[in-house]
Design a protein around this ligand. Structure first.
Ligand code: UDP
Length: 464
């Protein structure tokens, strides 16, 4: 297909790291099959993306396989950074509706009319704007199918959720293992400080039924049971179409080696050179993602735990947390440990020197470690991380739990358990077998690849 004639798909997401990464990775998969894809988000992230990842709007964009990726940000003139999530989303909607309509007009005037909008559950209004413009739309669910199911049952009042005063109680949902209160997304618990998030969760389902496709960042083989169970739930949920794992797979990635990254903090690429100098399967990689703020005591315990693990470690300590490091720690750790403000996590997890990943279990990190075949120390803090951790440890059997409040001995013991403990070999074998399944799903002809191809074919057909 000549590039000029390529149908144009607009992907738009909430301005958070855990949303931007899967959006860009889905953009690569779609573009590689010959479409023009524009990625968009609030103007709030425009400068950060430019500074950390060299992403800029306008220009010809980047060639990816047979297609092309461009960026165009919403002109929403929005600075709501001091608001809680619920109010942030409300304000984003007010500014975003107009700005998205403006963006669609801008693209049409430039000779690139948008044929389909792929929105994000945190921006349910994008579906309205698409409908008003007569454009078909899709949604990309950026958490697991399991979490989708739990939220869906919660929103529709279909299940009794466990109570916090009964930690031993279990409850069952179709296609999921028995869950305790510790395994449920914490936003659903009465005591959660951000109870307002319940409204946000409800909002994520607004308009989802109106979308022509509901994509999910997962793969059929990974969540087979819950995917099979969902169509039997009443009221019937939208059909989830797995297109993941949306992860970078090094040499196997779809962008033909072209680096289009969405980091909001510049990644310390020199840590890869540091990993090159470490022994195979020796390093503990630790990160709590882009949002979790550990309390000062936990940062100190983590520092001492990593230092006493007897292994080299690579620890992501974001700039907003660096001041919490124990005094003198960086000097003492120099040589055996490396602390960076942000890592190129995909390259780190793919590195042969990495033995295990101490992770907060955000869904992107979860899928990335699955795809890389790296066993985990699961240290969830809140939200869907709790369910993802349960899944990694008890269903996929590729790691151990580490519970708060954090103690340095527990860090050391957990690292030992996944690297040299009696179960370590089985965990590594499980991780590697899930890695093979993940790669097969996105390889040409794999289950997720076929779903992306079907979408590309349908958009192309409708655009003719
Ligand atoms: N990430 C990264 N470098 C880091 C830490 C995280 O590139 O030092 C990426 C990670 O690979 C993932 C995303 O940031 O794609 C974090 O998303 P996740 O869902 O794991 O957690 P969140 O930040 O949303 O809590």
């Amino acid at each position: 297909m000549a590039e000029e004639a390529a149908p144009h798909v607009l992907l738009i997401c909430y301005p958070g790291q855990g949303h931007i990464n899967p959006m860009i990775r889905l953009a690569k998969r779609i573009a590689s099959k010959g479409l023009l894809v524009t990625c968009s988000s609030s103007s709030i992230v425009r400068d950060k993306l430019a500074a950390a990842s060299g992403v800029s709007a306008g220009g010809d964009g980047v060639l990816v396989g047979r297609g092309r990726i461009r960026f165009d940000f919403l002109d929403d003139h929005f600075d709501g950074t001091e608001l809680d999530l619920h109010n942030f989303l409300r304000h984003l909607e007010t500014a975003g509706r107009l700005a998205l309509a403006g963006l669609l007009g801008r693209q049409a005037e430039a000779g690139r009319p948008v044929a389909c909008i792929v929105g994000n559950p945190f921006l349910p209004w994008a579906t309205d704007v698409a409908a008003e413009a007569g454009i078909p739309s899709a949604v990309l669910w950026v958490q697991s199918c399991a979490v989708f199911s739990i939220y869906y049952h919660f929103v529709h009042g279909l299940a009794e959720f466990p109570r916090e005063d009964d930690p031993d109680a279990r409850f069952a949902l179709p296609g999921l293992p028995a869950l305790s209160v510790a395994d449920v997304p914490s936003f659903l618990l009465a005591s959660h400080p951000y109870k307002v998030l319940g409204d946000t969760i409800q909002d994520q389902f607004r308009n989802m039924g109106k979308a022509s496709w509901v994509f999910v960042n997962s793969f059929a083989e990974l969540e087979r049971d819950v995917i099979a169970a969902l169509p039997g739930v009443r009221p019937r949920p939208p059909q989830l179409i797995p297109v993941g794992p949306l992860v970078e797979l090094g040499g196997h990635d779809d962008d033909g080696g072209v680096a289009v990254r969405g980091d909001l903090i510049r990644a310390a690429d020199d840590c890869v050179g540091w990993l090159d100098a470490q022994a195979p399967r020796s390093v503990v990689y630790a990160s709590v993602g882009s949002i979790v703020m550990l309390p000062a005591e936990a940062v100190a315990e983590m520092a001492h735990g990593l230092a006493s693990s007897g292994r080299p470690f690579l620890w992501v300590v974001r700039p907003d947390t660096r001041a919490l490091l124990p005094e003198g720690f960086l000097d003492a750790a120099a040589g055996r440990g490396m602390v960076v403000p942000w890592s190129p996590q995909d390259r780190v997890l793919a590195h042969a020197a990495v033995a295990c990943f101490l992770t907060h279990c955000g869904w992107n990190s979860t899928l990335e470690t699955i795809a890389a075949g790296v066993p985990v120390v699961a240290f969830p803090q809140w939200g869907d991380q709790c369910t993802d951790a349960k899944f990694l440890v008890d269903v996929l059997k590729m790691g151990v739990h580490l519970r708060a409040p954090l103690r340095r001995e527990a860090v050391r013991e957990a690292v030992e358990a996944v690297t040299t403990g009696p179960e370590a070999g089985a965990m590594l074998a499980n991780a590697r077998s899930w890695s093979a399944a993940a790669r097969a799903a996105v390889a040409p002809g794999g289950s997720s690849d076929r779903h992306v191809q079907a979408f590309v074919d349908e958009v192309s057909r409708r655009a003719r």
